[in-house]
Design a binder for this molecule. Structure first.
Ligand code: ZN
Length: 480
């Protein structure tokens, strides 16, 4: 029997707000444990939560970009469960009446475009964080410490329809969504740091069958690469279990990135286990049409629209265009260089090549770059005029990246300017011809390939600073 795979994803995105979801504590990541806390986010008796307006704005912005309907009235609800990182013993989330519903995002996999439905976008607060001593998970740990700094930080949950049909589609969907969140500046979407988290529901069914098979939920997917791996492994398990005539049990499974397998964590909870009820201390969210329209105006060009424009108008390859739209900073930087220098492909090559390599090596992001668009444009212009060879330009670029110095300063400091002066180069060429009579003979007897040897010698003598065009012309003249 042939089966098809059904996948739906729940993505949790930490919102880039200054303060938490229902109190004024800082939403900053990486501070000393239990310093950004107050009676509200630690669940003390008698406190009252107040909804963060900015969090609502960012969620509406995302929902609009995902073609969702913003609900005229949405309600917060208490989701009850017990865990040490949840001091109130309930999480404020949205349940029956979410902020936004019925949207979609378009993805392209292997040249095929598909619309993936978005069931809902809702707001909630995050739980705290347990730090396990001596083990990665609570199982096997000597002790576990709790940090409440993350408790109450704003989260946006984006739930997809079960429209994804392969682990690869799931991975691409998450990439597109992450890139959208980054470009809207609502979330930095770093899966490795936990600012974007993904839970995946997966099931299989015989092709042609309308009813869904029993699903399992895969947790602990901590990187973009892990999404595809986790789902491939779980898809394989579903097929094996089914083909052996056994039944898949509805449960939550833990993905282990080391072994690339999933193991059962706990039987899946059902909604009624959480005893949801409307949060009595918060008013419904009822955004006015004017406010929604105001937010819509701030969206601007979306990453995939920008990609199309880069391909058709600026003649970038689809691969390069994709890298340029991965986050807002890269795209903005690229466009600023193009405005100053006018050659998109050249600018893109430097950004995708050496600059990206440098950033990866230093584990830096684009906005930490010590290079301005004007500086890159200046370097590119110097290549055009022959002041710098490609190799020298690279050296200058790395010096600027490393030191943050001005381009001119780097060039003057290191004496890196290209030598185009004919008399200066002729002197070097004459010297080399004098010292290599054998090669000169070879050249004269018709072995013109030996020209490369002379080019190499001159480059060596000038430390790569000879202007290649001028050098070639002078060498040929001298040898003849
Ligand atoms: Zn607080």
């Amino acid at each position: 029997m042939k089966y098809e795979t059904i996948i739906g994803l729940e993505i949790h995105a930490q919102l880039l707000t200054e303060s938490k979801m229902f109190c004024s504590c800082s939403n900053k990541f990486g501070d000393k444990p239990n310093t950004n806390i107050c009676p509200v986010c630690t669940g003390q008796p008698g406190v009252l939560p107040v909804t963060n307006r900015k969090a609502i704005e960012l969620a509406i912005k995302t929902a609009l970009a995902l073609n969702c309907t913003i609900e005229p009235s949405s309600v917060f609800a208490r989701k009850h469960y017990f865990y040490p990182d949840l001091p109130k013993n309930f999480q404020i989330s949205q349940y029956e009446l979410p902020l936004a519903t019925k949207g979609y995002i378009e993805i392209e996999v292997d040249g095929k475009k598909r619309k993936i439905g978005i069931t809902r976008v809702h707001l909630e607060e995050d739980a705290g964080k347990l730090v396990h001593v001596g083990a990665e998970r609570i199982m096997g740990a000597e002790e576990s410490l709790v940090d409440y700094n993350r408790t109450g930080t704003p989260l946006m949950e984006i739930v997809s329809e079960p429209d994804l049909r392969s682990p690869k589609e799931a991975a691409v969907y998450t990439q597109r969504l992450a890139e959208l969140l980054r470009s809207l500046m609502v979330c930095d979407a770093k899966m490795e740091e936990g600012s974007l988290r993904c839970d995946a529901n997966i099931s299989i069914r015989p092709i042609g069958e309308a009813k869904f098979g029993t699903k399992t939920e895969v947790k602990n997917i901590n990187s973009f690469k892990a999404i595809e791996k986790a789902l491939i492994s779980e898809e394989k398990r579903h097929l094996e279990v089914t083909e052996e005539g056994e039944k898949i049990i509805q449960e939550t499974r833990f993905f282990d990135e080391q072994t690339e397998t999933t193991t059962g964590m706990r039987s899946k909870e059902y909604a009624h286990d959480y005893r949801y009820f409307p949060e009595p201390d918060l008013v419904p969210i009822e955004p006015s049409t004017e406010w929604i329209e105001e937010i819509r105006q701030t969206i601007g060009e979306l990453p995939q629209q920008k990609k199309e424009r880069f391909i058709t108008e600026l003649k970038l390859s689809p691969e390069t265009a994709q890298i340029m739209v991965a986050d807002k900073q890269t795209g903005d930087f690229f466009e600023a260089v193009v405005k100053l220098h006018g050659q998109p492909v050249a600018a893109a090559n430097w950004i995708v090549g050496d600059i990206t390599a440098f950033l990866n090596e230093q584990k830096m992001s684009f906005n930490e770059l010590a290079l301005s668009p004007a500086q890159l444009a200046e370097i590119l212009k110097m290549i055009d005029t022959g002041t710098l060879s490609n190799k020298l330009a690279k050296d200058v670029l790395f010096q600027v990246l490393k030191t943050g110095k001005q381009v001119k300063e780097v060039i003057e400091g290191a004496g890196l300017t290209q030598i185009s002066d004919e008399s200066e180069l002729t002197k070097v060429i004459e010297e080399i011809i004098k010292n290599n009579p054998k090669q000169v003979e070879q050249f004269k007897s018709g072995k013109t390939a030996v020209l490369a040897f002379f080019v190499g010698q001159v480059m060596k003598a000038t430390k790569g600073r000879a202007n290649p065009q001028v050098l070639n012309a002078l060498l040929k003249k001298a040898l003849h």
